[in-house]
Write a protein that binds this ligand. Sequence first.
Ligand SMILES: [Zn+2]
Length: 453
Amino acid sequence: MTDWPDFNISLVTVVVCPLLSLMTDQVNTLKALGVAVATINSNTTHDERQRVFEDMLCGHPSTRLLYVTPELCQTDNFRRRLLIVHKQGQLIRVAIDEAHCISEWGHDFRPAYKELGWLRKNLVNPTVPITALTATATPRVRSDMINILGLDLENLRMFNTPSDRPNIHYEVRYLADFAEDNSGAEDSQLQNLLRWLKAIQTRRESRLGSEVTLLPPISGIVYVGTRAMAEHLASRLSSSSDEMVTAVAYHAGVEATKRAHIQSTWKSSRPCQPANGEKTPTFSIIVATNAFGMGIDNPDVRFVVHWTPPRSFESFVQESGRAGRDGRAAASLVYYGIQERNFIETMIYRDTESHRANGPENREAKLQSFGKVIRYCESIRRCRHELIKEFFGDFELEEMGSQLPAREGVSVTSSSPCDFACDFCKEGRAGLAKRREKMASETQMALLYADFD
Ligand SMILES: [Zn+2]
């Protein structure tokens, strides 16, 4: 006879999640799917908190998934209650999302994550399984995750997939140095982006003819540095594009219901449907801050543009990776200039100075990670897909092993996944050098940095 689990027994999974926006998005999606999900975070009212705890401690909780912050997991109050739930045999699993936050070498280090080692030490007899998940763990961060969480190497199973995304075309666009007079910089960059979009529109129209009007707009994301810039650029993109683009700002400052509306409109099969008689825009773009957007989950994003260079290599891979999740052709474009590079470096020094509690290693980690962004953008001698694999530690991860079943026909050790899908492989070194000269001449570049090989 098959030994089926008893589905009448209610069992709870606790999910540790670092971001309120991410938590809210996931909780709302699960609720809509009919999953018994609850959350306790800084926005939870006293009454709701009481209700959730009463349910958790009743011996047969109706809640199946409980989302909490790492900070809550640090409190004695929560720990005591969690131990009771465990003693009652109701805790089936703990899942730690964005687990790279545990490492000072991770790009989003959160001190409260370090205290999660308590879970492994105390949720025993019987041992509660712990799952740690991340999309951005270099080998060093992965070791930290195992050590700090106190995971048992004997019983540990590791699964990793390579970071290469052969369907994404990677390209860097160099910005001229406007140090003397900055007033024309934004216009010039905007025109550059609009020309790129126009070229895509023209190609699409010549391929599809009149059928093009039946198609929904092409979805894209433009990442910017600040909320104000998100608002400003969204408005400029919409107003300067002769109805080619509809753009909306999307950041943590936008009210939650409006944000949900923007997301659902953008995700629907005909996003930004115009009123009768109006022209359908070719592009539907979300202009988002890089601090926000983990909740963005749309498989058919065709391009991700970084208006300014990303502050860490891990965020770059994560953000550009939101393009082409459906496996179809997509593009990643990074605008890069010397002024912005220097500005970001200064900001990293300033920010890490004001967060001294994170320790000197965190500053070093942040600078090293931005160093990879610089090398990725300034290199004119290597395929960008290869650079991503190397910087992300794919080769080392392959050596560390994975229990993930091999995908049929997919080699994880291929030296380069690029088939003319980056600007280096398409334009060659000379072509890139010529474009990079606009930013700074070859001689200046040689003085700024040793050449990257
Ligand atoms: Zn390439």
